[in-house]
Write a protein that binds this ligand. Sequence first.
Ligand code: CP
Length: 296
Amino acid sequence: MNLIKITDLNLDQVFEIFDRADYFLKNKPIFKYKNKCVGLLFFDESIRTRVGFEVSSWKLGLRPIFISKTKPSKSRPSNFQVDSWSESIEDTIRTLDAYFDAFFIRHSDENIFKKVLPYTKKPIINCGNGDDEHPTQALIDAYSIRHRFGRLDNLTITLIGNIKYSRSVHSLLKLLDFFPNTTLQQIAPDKLVIKNSRDIPAIRKQDLGKEDILYSAGFAPTTPSGTFSQQTVKKYAITLEDVSRLSKACIIMNPLPRIDEIDFDVDGTKNAYYFRQNELSLYVRMAIIDLLCDLK
Ligand code: CP
């Protein structure tokens, strides 16, 4: 199956992924597939998602092949799209469909999957499409929460930063719709406050203390509503003073990369959980491949 949006999964499938990730965490590595090749088409920047899926594929016995965007040829007509050798993305997918057993795609275009889906029947995993969705990151985030608390309901999660334009937050909020008993709060500049099907009250940093999870969305340097001053970014960065307000059990999460949204001296606190979250991601990615990509 494809994983384009987090809502492509039902709750049973989400839990199946988590249980399989638990299994891979305890029994590693498992080279269970042979003679299968997966394509990592990353036409936009990535460290974690790209290398994470590369290593996860390898640990399952698959052969991952990474393809990045190359510079367009100046000799090509300007109406050619710039993805991959100035070829149209449709032709690239049609070509690679003959070689790969599954695709992992990151692209800056939110509508990329509308373009590529007609040209392959192979499973496609969305590794981030513009500002829209990042479903594998949401699964990693939710799994990391379950790993720490043993549940995803009856928790309080405070989101901080550029919530409105964070694709990780978009997917995570949709995933959390499965858990209506979990309470959400947000700390963001007025123009970045998110409106959702459920009420997400805006609080201030001074009100921190009730949450189980403080999820930092970071600040993309530009958004459709403009750029943000260093003063704004600093105002919403997590500092040691903010950490002093948190409960002992509260975890600080971040999809990474961390740019300037969490002070480096927070890393040494017991609340910092973002690098553990990243460690766990490997097993979630293995589970996603194993359960969704139909590679037998
Ligand atoms: N969390 C995340 O998507 O990181 P990368 O951009 O490095 O893949």
